[in-house]
Design a protein around this ligand. Structure first.
Ligand code: MV4
Length: 594
């Protein structure tokens, strides 16, 4: 049994590991950079030690400083989280040489899986095929041409000692080979210090499906189930889920067995993930990640297992007390990553800063793994993952709807986040019906209308007003339906708890509906209505304008996205009931066309 674990990481994963330590009665030691003195992982730990420095290289990647904290704290184990030192064999050796347990695989397994060629060879030894291709480095243009003749175009040229897509080139025609090989080699040299590249057949519409494994020091190796991580952009995953949609159980079992064989082939111990590309019912080994991954909670929610707890037990030599047939997967889990990035127009610009407010979602089936709270600063120096929102439900569509509900409850201000892009993905029929692939976000998803969540009116009203205002809430009944109203009133003003009588004034912005009898009020055939609650951000027509069926009359912002509201018939605009800035409810009339 471990007594004290040093968590050599920061942010949400450090917090995640410490939570399990606390549940297991294990003490926690945090390390922190100068910028993280007040960070959540520091607040959560039993003890915290400064590493000094600001950048990752000066702090969380400073081996000597971390080893010094190991000595000072007397911790008996190190959990590396993901990133930083998690896949660094030298760091693992340095830790073990102090007599301290490294919570991770043997350094030799990390080394075998550390480059593409040796990991492909290890997989091949285990009888697990990668994408059809060649394991030797490319030496001539002719080799590539020959390969394309026998396997067909396009061909993927990949960095032998790299990963994550850097150094990869897709060649579609013979005349492009020479240039592609040279530029792939240049990029491989620049990124990984080795110029070797090799060849694979290029898959046109694959899904990224990865298999979670757990291996103990007694030779028990189990597969826990797959995660589909196809919704990603520039090799940054956006949404992950388990089980993979439309994934036959016999493929799942074959992939699980393949992952176990790969683990055995490299002497793997601890939690790990074997990545595959999946296309047309076939799967191909891509690489193995020798660490706990960001998206591990998805597997935790469908299996009910705490992967960090099993990592810690395995690290102390405990045998896994269950076998493959005892692993039960139930329901469906989805994770979205909430990064401090502004997805406006599909650009995903970094958005560091102070988190002014953070309203967390809750309720059935909802888990939030956050590394920050309101008042915390997201620094440009580190990974900008703020939180992961993970939901569980009986089936995929229920999980998808639950995630949308939880995202609607989530409000983060002060920084922009990827939430609007996450919502756009979850709402898209291609995702809802699982027609997406690893290329879908970049090639098919239109994020041009996505914008950052507008600053919440509470804060903007408070910031803008020179007059002292305060927020009062009251209830009102409008047409027999209850509404919660928020009013900014001069400080000290008295407001009744419920409005005496509110007639069709959901908020100050909405104009009264047309009186009965005037110009076919309500939802008559000539009234253009909005389908859901939101804010009008732009009105494109004025009374007297001629419009055609399908023409946009105004833009509604709802669910953090802009929606075009259009006329259903040709005609002349008689009345415009809204202006930019107005709040509207589902069914409200915005324009009358005659
Ligand atoms: C591929 C591929 C299609 N065909 N290999 C990109 C990162 C690297 N780890 C593997 N990658 C790919 N390799 C062949 N032969 C498509 C990708 C790929 C991809 C893979 C996994 C997750 C996201 C991806 C996004 C674009 C391309």
């Amino acid at each position: 049994m471990l007594e004290k674990v040093l968590v050599a990481n920061r942010g949400e994963i450090a917090v995640r590991v410490m939570r399990t330590c606390r549940e297991m009665g294990i003490g926690t030691v945090a390390v922190y950079s100068d910028l993280d003195r007040e960070a959540m992982h520091v607040r959560m730990a039993d003890e915290a030690y400064a590493l000094g420095g600001q950048s990752a290289a000066e702090s969380y990647l400073n081996t000597e400083a971390i080893l010094e904290v190991l000595r000072r704290s007397g911790a008996d184990a190190v959990h590396p989280g993901y990133g930083f030192f998690s896949e660094n064999a030298d760091f693992a050796r340095a830790v073990t040489s102090l007599g301290v347990t490294f919570v991770g695989p043997p350094p030799e397994a990390m080394e075998v899986m550390g480059d593409k060629i040796s990991s492909r060879l290890a997989a091949a030894r285990a009888g697990v095929q990668g994408v059809p291709g060649r394991s030797q480095p490319v030496e001539s243009v002719d080799e590539v041409l020959e390969f394309a003749e026998s396997h067909g175009w396009p061909v993927a040229i990949k960095a032998a000692f790299g990963g994550g897509g850097r150094g990869m080139r897709v060649v579609r025609a013979p005349e492009d080979v020479a240039e592609a090989v040279e530029s792939a080699q240049r990029e491989a040299q620049a990124s990984f210090g080795r110029p070797e590249v090799y060849l694979e057949r290029y898959l046109a519409w694959p899904r990224h499906v990865e298999m979670q494994v757990l291996a103990d020091t007694h030779g028990n190796v189990l597969w826990l189930g797959e995660r589909d991580c196809s919704a990603q952009r520039r090799h940054q995953k956006l949404i992950e889920e388990s089980p993979a949609p439309d994934f036959p159980d016999e493929v799942r079992r074959a992939m699980g067995d393949a992952a176990v064989d790969v683990c055995r082939a490299c002497g793997y111990v601890n939690a790990g993930t074997v990545e595959f590309l999946y296309e047309d019912g076939g799967f191909y080994f891509l690489e193995m990640n020798t660490r706990l991954q960001v998206e591990h909670p998805v597997t935790e929610l469908v299996t009910g297992l705490d992967l960090v707890a099993w990592q810690l037990r395995i690290a102390t030599g405990e045998p896994l007390p269950f076998g493959q047939d005892d692993i039960v997967r139930r329901g469906h889990a989805i994770e979205v990553r909430i990064n401090a990035e502004d997805p406006s127009g599909g650009r995903f610009a970094p958005s560091p800063g102070v988190i002014a407010a953070f309203d967390a979602p809750a309720g059935p089936g909802v888990r939030l793994d956050a590394g920050y709270a309101a008042g915390d600063t997201v620094s440009q120096y580190y990974d900008n993952l703020v939180a992961k929102l993970v939901v569980w439900a009986e089936d995929r569509d229920a999980a998808r709807r639950r995630m949308l509900r939880a995202l609607e409850e989530t409000h983060i201000s002060g920084i922009a986040t990827t939430i609007p892009a996450d919502i756009a993905i979850l709402l898209h029929s291609d995702f809802a019906e699982a027609r997406h692939s690893t290329k879908w976000v970049e090639e098919c998803l239109d994020l041009s209308h996505v914008k950052a969540e507008p600053a919440r009116s509470e804060t903007s009203a408070a910031d803008a007003g020179s007059e002292e205002l305060e927020l009062k809430e009251l209830t009102a009944e409008v047409d027999g339906r209850r509404y919660r109203l928020k009013l900014w009133v001069p400080s000290g003003a008295t407001v009744p708890k419920s409005a005496p009588s509110a007639r069709a004034s959901r908020s100050r912005a909405v104009r009264p509906r047309p009186e009965a009898g005037s110009a076919r009020a309500g939802s008559g055939p000539d009234a253009v209505t909005v389908p859901m609650q939101g804010t009008i951000v732009k009105v494109l027509v004025a009374p007297g304008d001629t419009v055609r069926a399908g023409q946009t009359v105004c833009i509604l912002e709802a669910m953090k996205m802009e929606n075009a509201i259009s006329a259903e018939r040709d005609g002349v605009v008689r009345e415009v009931h809204v202006a930019a800035g107005d709040s509207v409810g589902g069914g409200d009339v915005v324009v009358i066309v005659e």
